[in-house]
Design a protein. Structure first.
Length: 522
């Protein structure tokens, strides 16, 4: 019943702000456009369409505000007036009263406000869908005063989010049961991933720990600044961090006037994204302009400043390897290898013909190479790839949905900074270098050192294991367990050993070739 009531509430908001009219009038069919004009008769829809859409998303709650934030970065897919209005959702959602924020801070940290902070700004500097931020000055343990930012969760967030997620789970069940195509999209798994990320965002201790991890990962890269978390003042609903000083990345003219190299900034953003994804497998997954600034301080001039770490993405080694190989194959226009990778990974049925999938991927991607970003719509490319995936029964990978969302954010940021940016050419050298490290001698040596303690325990038992195996199988549970452990270790290092064989083989062939040339020369 609660889901039905929530569905009715959503419908009322849609009708109140005329979103049904907006949708019908945006469709290409003249008949549907006329229907939209008829539905608009007698309804007070005087406000601009972008403002109506923004207000509707704000009324519908945090999940819909998140949707608006993602859409606001895709100015290539939206009309300018709508994109400009939705951009206000990034950090200008109507704030909740400051006295509510103060009460939450005092309850969470266990002291009156004047004992916690030297000064506290009651007017929030930013207000978003999940929380709002106040600036303050804190006296630390040493007596030193520090500028800080205090993030406070909106009250009642958990109940509001659970209602919408319950409706989304219901819709996912319906879609998943309608057809085989619906099951292929894995709507239940995708909604479950979204559910997890939203609930993680409601725990500010988890957000602080994610920020600390990203801060460690990015040390020495000299591309991005991440605020220090002040752990003595962090709880599940209040987070205190170092205050960062920067210019919002959306203020491109101001950055240009300050002397920031905008083209380099765009390239650095691509490198930063791919570094987090492929080197670390741990990436900032909420990269809309409201969360990104640029430093103008002399020591860190032109570096990114990342904020708001409520949503981060993670990738396994297997996901990273297959994604990197797919990207490299795309950049090299090796569409056959792309097709083979999809089959090897199990993303498409094993019986799929490589040549047919290769031709389909080529038809989607080839028209977009060698073009600047302003002439490429990654959203359109993804749409065409989605149509192709339906034909070949490609299974949606729920763990990659967050990465796809972030990639769209990154492309939107890059488009705003430098429309001439060649996304492919910028990313290709990085990925090729990363792939070389994955199969190179240093990676092999590092992996062998990591595996050495395990093999040291297993090798003394190897003769007994082989003897037992040759006699017809394990005679006791301990031997069986040791054999299984050996198999697991063999699987872990199989690819590295393959790389070693290829490398040594290459050296051997090279040496033989050099000897042959030398003898012919003599």
């Amino acid at each position: 019943m609660s889901r039905v009531l929530r569905g009715w509430a959503i419908l009322r908001v849609v009708l109140r702000y005329g979103l049904d009219v907006l949708l019908l009038q945006s469709l290409p069919q003249p008949g549907l456009q006329r229907l939209g004009r008829l539905l608009a008769l007698g309804r007070q829809l005087d406000a601009p369409r972008g403002e109506r859409l923004r207000q509707a998303l704000e009324d519908l709650g945090p999940i819909f505000v998140k949707l608006g934030q993602v859409l606001s970065t895709r100015r290539d897919l939206l009309a300018p007036d709508i994109a400009l209005e939705l951009a206000k959702l990034q950090d200008r959602v109507p704030p909740f009263p400051s006295d509510v924020a103060v009460a939450a801070i005092e309850e969470a940290l266990g002291k009156p406000l004047n004992e916690l902070f030297v000064s506290f700004e009651h007017t929030p500097v930013a207000s978003a869908s999940i929380a709002q931020v106040h600036f303050a000055v804190l006296r630390d343990r040493t007596g030193r005063e520090r500028e800080v930012a205090v993030k406070v969760l909106r009250p009642g967030m958990l109940g509001a989010i659970d209602k919408d997620l319950g409706l989304m789970h219901l819709m996912a069940d319906i879609v998943g049961s309608l057809s085989a195509d619906g099951r292929r999209l894995k709507p239940r798994e995708v909604v479950a991933e979204f559910d997890k990320y939203l609930h993680d965002e409601l725990d500010l201790v988890r957000e602080a720990s994610s920020a600390a991890q990203l801060r460690r990962n990015m040390e020495g890269l000299d591309l991005v600044l991440i605020p220090e978390m002040l752990w003595d003042h962090c709880t599940t609903n209040v987070l205190v961090m170092e205050r960062m000083h920067g210019v919002p990345i959306s203020q491109v003219d101001r950055l240009r006037e300050a002397g920031v190299d905008i083209q380099k900034l765009a390239r650095d953003g691509v490198v930063l994204f791919f570094t987090q994804v492929f080197r670390d497998g741990f990436f900032h997954a909420d990269m809309h302009p409201g969360n990104i600034q640029v430093s103008l301080a002399p020591q860190t001039f032109g570096r990114y400043i990342s904020l708001d770490f409520g949503i981060v993405g993670t990738l396994t080694e297997v996901d990273k390897e297959y994604l990197a190989q797919n990207f490299v194959a795309f950049f090299r226009r090796d569409y056959k290898r792309v097709a083979e990778l999809h089959i090897e990974s199990g993303w498409v049925p094993a019986a799929t013909r490589v040549d047919e999938l290769e031709a389909a991927v080529r038809a989607v991607c080839e028209p977009y190479f060698d073009r600047p970003l302003k002439e490429i719509s990654l959203g359109l490319v993804l749409m065409r790839l989605f149509q192709t995936s339906r034909r070949f029964q490609v299974e949606i990978q729920p763990q990659l949905v967050l990465l796809q969302k972030t990639l769209l954010n990154v492309e939107g940021l890059g488009r705003d900074l430098d429309p001439e940016l060649d996304l492919w050419a910028t990313a290709k050298p990085f990925l090729e270098q990363w792939m070389l490290k994955q199969v190179g001698p240093q990676r092999l040596w590092d992996e062998l050192k990591a595996q050495a303690p395990r093999y040291a325990k297993i090798l003394p038992d190897l003769p007994l294991l082989l003897q037992t195996y040759l006699r017809g199988g394990p005679a006791d549970p301990k031997t069986h367990q040791l054999l299984e452990q050996m198999v697991r270790e063999q699987k872990r290092t199989h690819r590295l050993m393959q790389a070693l064989v290829y490398t040594l083989g290459g050296f051997a062939l090279g040496a033989l070739g050099m000897q042959l040339v030398w003898r012919l020369h003599l």
